[in-house]
Design a binder for this molecule. Sequence first.
Ligand code: PGA
Length: 247
Amino acid sequence: MIIGNWKMYKTVGEALRFVQTLAPLVEKSQAQVGLAVPFTVLYPLSHLLREMEVSIKVGAQNMSDNAEGAFTGEISGRMLVDSGAQFVLIGHSERRHIFHESNPFINRKVRLALQEELPVILCIGETLAEREKGAVESVLTKQILESLEGVDNLALITLAYEPVWAIGTGKVAHPDDAQKVHHFCRKTIANKWGDKAANGMVIQYGGSVKPENASKILAEEDVDGLLVGGASLSPDSFSQIINSYKD
Ligand code: PGA
């Protein structure tokens, strides 16, 4: 599963032109491809992709922790589904660090998304200071258990391990290190939800994924996909990453 996270980039026109260029470049790929786009792009882009009969999925990058109400400026899970979203990113490190989202707050969003049967990509990851303190496993365990508190069925959950020090910095995790952390996350899932849930869980890596490093990371046993920020903004680099996936 290879997802592009566009963050706060691209107007409607730019987004539509992007997929018209991307689609023919990746039509032979066996990877499941998705784009996490700005709210304003969801409806027109999902409409165009349906018309083009292209299997690229469209998702949102965030949602409200409330179902509806007087929350000026917020967008609910139900609105996302209504606009054509097929998944939502929850707990991205920029949400956690710039907008101070906590695990319990993220948990409320996860539960609301699941109520709408909207698949969730739950982002987790440690900061450099946490890594240097040797706290990677404790931070990730807390993020996984608290963000998924009260969730019994993980069928609609994907995990994205994104070390904060690797996001947008050009410093990609070493493939061995990504593998070690992914394996640890799978073990943590198995301990709480059982082997079946853990083995079926898609765990994506994110953080400075580029065409030059994608295939080495994807080759690791517990890396089931990628979450790509900067390199998903151009059809050229994103298609190279998608085409580096071997079934
Ligand atoms: P990056 O971002 O690929 O630009 O490091 C990844 C992300 O934030 O999801």
